[in-house]
Design a protein around this ligand. Structure first.
Ligand SMILES: NC(=O)c1ccc[n+]([C@@H]2O[C@H](COP(=O)([O-])OP(=O)(O)OC[C@H]3O[C@@H](n4cnc5c(N)ncnc54)[C@H](OP(=O)(O)O)[C@@H]3O)[C@@H](O)[C@H]2O)c1
Length: 416
């Protein structure tokens, strides 16, 4: 718990004791900004390898979390990544009344509910502005709109996928080539699965929905498709339609309080603001009853941008140690519903077993009750623009045309 100052300390406040968990890309940048700052003492820095050189005094490094706790920090900044041991360490700190700042969206999405309850029980705070949008203050924007009624959130929340898709547009290359370039530039992890499958975006969408006041949602409950099946030909096809393909995270809250969420590729008209976002940036659109549509855009990754958000959390913690802002502890579980809106869809499916017979194709469309705005059948490849259908119906059609192989088709709604 952050202690209350007595009157002599107002004249010369005692330094704030902070422990860092992790000194990797982000942790090292945070350490650089905190070390030597007036009014701050770094008590310990937890790492796996204490032998490596870091931008922090070697004596502060430890691989023992018990030593971190024994150093009696008032604030813990968690920058380990992954779920364990980060979750257990956050839990141990909060249970001792130590406030925690984290950039870890997986933990906030999956365990935010219990951790916020624990924080409240022990008079601590859990802050996580950097967990979505890195340096783009999207969660702070949602906090500010809590007096209004937020009805929809959509955005490009994964900078790695946005880099890959804009690179495919620029070079005409395939996804694996753009991914290799992203990895060379340090924009993609050596294991990019969480980004490419949409899991990272689904976790961030959960955190956004929490902060919109819609309730707790587990990421596994979100209908999620990634970008792994997008081909250079899909990207060219989108361009011919004056669109670009973007991985969108979309959430809506209905008047009856139910929430629908979706992560997946979308055809976005080239003139739209979201289509113009390039490289690793993130962009968000929030719709609310009173304020209308608000756009927030900025750097979605990178140690410096992430450090900005962490230092912002630290500032709000010290400015208002007992403040309840950004602590959605009164939330219940959200009532979920399937994304119900009917939308036009682009479907591309590659049949695994030889050329498709046109008669059979029309038969499948009739049986599923789906009408095509346009239809292109070339050997084993079928490309369809449907009239407005549900995303489930579009996915079902695509997979049946691809012989049940979800990895041989692309289903993308058209953003109106
Ligand atoms: N990178 C970004 O642009 C960015 C943006 C927004 C949010 N974030 C979030 O920020 C967090 C940190 O990301 P990062 O890119 O800095 O990760 P990173 O470079 O992999 O650094 C992780 C650090 O944690 C330490 N660590 C990991 N597991 C440990 C364990 N079991 N015990 C002790 N130390 C352990 C590592 O120690 P060693 O150095 O000894 O290996 C390393 O110092 C993640 O939650 C990430 O999602 C990152």
């Amino acid at each position: 718990m952050i202690r209350l100052l007595d009157h002599t300390e107002y004249l010369q406040p005692a330094p704030l004791c902070i422990a860092l968990l992790g000194c990797g890309n982000v942790g090292a940048e945070v350490a650089r900004h905190l070390a030597g700052r007036d009014g701050i003492i770094i008590t310990r820095v937890l790492v796996r390898d204490t032998g490596r050189s870091r931008p922090i005094a070697h004596a502060l490094l430890t691989d023992s979390f018990d030593e971190v706790l024994a150093s009696e920090p008032e604030v813990v900044i968690e920058l380990l990544g992954g779920v364990e041991p980060a979750r257990s360490h956050i839990e141990a700190a909060l249970s001792r009344g130590i406030s925690v700042i984290t950039a870890n969206k997986s933990i906030i999405a999956r365990h935010g509910e219990s951790l916020h309850r624990l924080a409240a029980l022990h008079g601590a705070r859990l802050l996580s502005e950097a967990s979505v949008g890195a340096g783009t203050p999207i969660l702070a924007a949602l906090d500010r709109l809590r007096g209004d009624r937020i009805t929809a959130i959509r955005g490009i929340v994964n900078g790695t996928c946005n880099f890959i898709l804009t690179r495919m547009e620029a070079t005409g290359g395939e996804l694996h080539e753009a991914l290799r370039e992203a990895q060379r530039l340090g924009y993609a992890e050596p294991d990019p699965a969480a980004d490419l499958t949409g899991r990272d975006s689904a976790e961030k969408l959960c955190v956004l929905a929490q902060r919109a006041g819609w309730g707790w949602i587990h990421p596994d409950a979100i209908a999620t498709r990634g970008i792994t099946t997008i081909t250079a030909e899909d990207v060219r096809h989108a361009r011919r339609q004056r669109c670009v393909i973007r991985l969108l995270a979309e959430a809506q809250r209905s008047d009856d309080g139910t929430v629908s969420l979706r992560v997946g590729p979308c055809f976005v008209p080239a003139a739209q603001r979201l289509a113009r976002l390039s490289g690793c940036e993130n962009a968000f659109e929030i719709e609310s009853q009173l304020a209308g549509c608000i756009h927030v855009q900025g750097p979605g990754a990178g140690p410096r941008a992430t450090t900005s958000a962490i230092l912002g959390d630290l500032h709000s913690l010290t400015a208002s140690p007992n403040g309840a802002a950004a602590t959605p502890r009164s939330l219940r579980r959200a009532r979920l519903t399937q994304p119900g809106a009917l939308r036009r869809h682009y479907i591309r499916a590659d049949a695994p077993a030889g050329p498709v017979d046109p008669g059979t194709l029309l038969d499948v469309l009739n049986r599923k009750g789906i009408r095509a705005d346009s239809l292109d059948l070339r050997s084993t490849r079928t490309t369809i623009h449907t009239v407005a259908v549900s995303s489930d119906a579009a996915a079902d059609l695509a997979e049946s045309l691809a012989g049940g192989h979800a990895d041989r088709c692309l289903v993308a709604p058209l953003m109106e």
